[in-house]
Design a protein around this ligand. Structure first.
Ligand code: PBG
Length: 329
């Protein structure tokens, strides 16, 4: 009997682990990881976050040891989020020189110097008593331009405290140029900006809000300032606008539900492109793994690789430490 065999035989190159390694188009390395970390004011012991298994609100001391451990594993960067004792209408702890993130940045400067890139998330939602990412106008919506002044102050406070990168996440129009101007005026020309450029109003941020004790007043949401999930072309307007305003790096967030946006952004921009594998993306994997429904490590690594394959240069992920351990073993 004569059988027609296919001419092309891709399976030849899948036969052994070494062959697969040789022909891998995308690689995930420890160099691609940024660890998001929470630091809380006024606690004596790290506090677990129920909806983010394995993630804690750090004390100043436990934050230092975690960052030292990440450095030893080769993770190049961390991004800090603060959980303050005191919240007010404008979020003034965000620029208080003794606010929790500023204090933590100084601790980390002493602990790791320039061995780890110290990034600070720049927003006021963790610091406002109403939970919005800016100051409210008389009608309960966020006043864009009044908020820019607050972001400018917070950026300078973070740079003064030792941040190498400030990462504005509030999605106010013009936030990057406002921050760049304030940093330059304060002599911080070398402080870089990682813009959360295409950040969607996503339901995947739920566990994060537990981690930072944020509840939006009156059951509100961020749909008036974060991007609407149906819109991908609009993301390019946001991204190109942020680059024009002086962003050194841009981000798409969340990651997996927006891989198309990452791929499109990669095709359009040449600056470093980040993606945020957010709290909900992490929590779903952990919950399914805890039920024995899937292999958490394997799915987590597949997620991160997919984000790289879509075109992101680096990934902000709660899996950073675990992934670094797996990559190093
Ligand atoms: C705002 C901010 C948020 C996240 C990062 N920065 C929350 C929000 O926009 O409501 C979410 C990150 C995550 O879900 O992991 N400061």
């Amino acid at each position: 009997m004569h059988v027609e065999y296919p001419v092309s035989r891709p399976r030849r190159l899948r036969r052994t682990a070494a062959l697969r390694r040789l022909v891998a188009e995308t690689r995930l390395s420890v160099d691609d990881l940024v660890a998001p970390l929470f630091v809380r004011e006024g606690i004596d012991d790290p506090q677990p976050v129920a909806s983010l298994p394995g993630v804690v609100q750090h004390t100043r001391a436990s934050l230092c040891s975690e960052v030292a451990a990440l450095r030893d594993l080769g993770v190049p960067a961390v991004i800090l989020f603060g959980v303050p004792d005191r919240k007010d209408a404008v979020g003034s702890e965000a620029w208080n020189p003794d606010g929790i993130v500023q204090v933590a940045l100084r601790d980390l400067r002493d602990e790791v110097g320039d061995d780890v890139v110290l990034m600070a998330d720049l927003c006021v939602d963790e610091y406002t008593d109403h939970g919005h990412c800016g100051v409210l106008d008389g009608h309960g919506s966020v006043d864009n331009d009044a908020t820019l002044e607050l972001y400018a102050r917070a950026a300078v406070a973070q740079a003064d405290a030792g941040a190498s990168v400030t990462a504005p996440s509030g999605m106010m129009d013009g936030q990057v140029s406002a921050i760049r101007g304030a940093l330059d005026d304060a002599g911080h020309q070398q402080t870089a900006i990682l813009a959360y450029a295409a950040k969607y109003a996503s339901a995947l941020y739920g566990p994060f809000r537990d981690a930072v004790d944020v509840e939006i007043v009156d059951g509100g949401d961020r749909k008036g300032y974060q991007q609407d999930p149906p819109n991908a072309r609009e993301a390019m307007v946001e991204i190109l606008g942020d680059i024009e305003q002086g962003a050194d790096m841009v981000m798409v967030k969340p990651a997996l539900a927006y891989l198309d946006v990452i791929a499109e952004a990669r095709a359009v921009v040449d600056v470093p492109l980040a993606a945020y594998h957010v709290s909900g993306e992490y929590a779903m994997v952990q919950a399914a793994a805890a039920n024995g429904w899937l292999d958490g490590d394997a799915v987590g690594m597949e997620h991160l690789l997919s984000i790289r394959r879509a075109g992101a240069d680096f990934v902000l992920t709660y899996l950073a430490r675990r992934a670094a351990e797996l990559l190093g073993s």
